[in-house]
Design a protein. Structure first.
Length: 151
């Protein structure tokens, strides 16, 4: 009897957790992530060394977001790599290479993200977190060109 109750409780718990995940849309995931980054940035500025971790987290979110916003469901990001940041006078460039699988075949895209930086206490900090996050919500330029050619 004890085991039946435990098994029933585990099945019930799994059922409710699956239902909760179905309610979370990619857009709500991005909004929740943005709020978390804002809270983090209020406590302490994000250094350029943390930029790659920030990019990786946002890009994983973007993969989920893009798979739901494309016209064809079989679009998927097969692989991506994040390059080393190139630091200029008041900016840092980070290159992201993305391999996508679409309706016809695979293709490789490159996207460059620019971080505005400011110097405090002899360290570089990312200046505009909100601006960066807004860029990540945009669709890749390659998919817009494909949609225009399909119409």
């Amino acid at each position: 009897m004890k085991y039946k109750f435990l098994l029933f409780f585990v099945v019930l718990l799994l059922f409710f957790s699956c239902g909760k995940n179905l309610q979370r849309t990619p857009q709500s995931t991005i909004e929740a992530f943005m709020q978390n980054v804002w809270k983090l940035n209020e406590k302490s500025p994000t250094t350029i060394e943390q930029a790659k971790k920030l990019l990786k987290t946002i890009f994983l979110t973007e993969k989920a977001y893009e798979s739901f916003t494309t016209t064809f469901r079989n679009f998927e990001v097969k692989d991506y790599t994040i390059g080393e940041p190139e630091i200029g006078d008041f900016f840092a460039k980070v290159l992201v290479k993305m391999e996508t699988k679409g309706l016809i075949g695979t293709k490789e895209e490159e996207r460059e993200y620019i971080f505005s930086l400011e110097k405090k206490d002899a360290k570089w900090y990312i200046k505009d977190i909100a601006g960066i996050l807004e860029k990540f919500e945009e669709k890749p330029k390659g998919s817009e060109k494909e949609e225009e050619s399909n119409t």
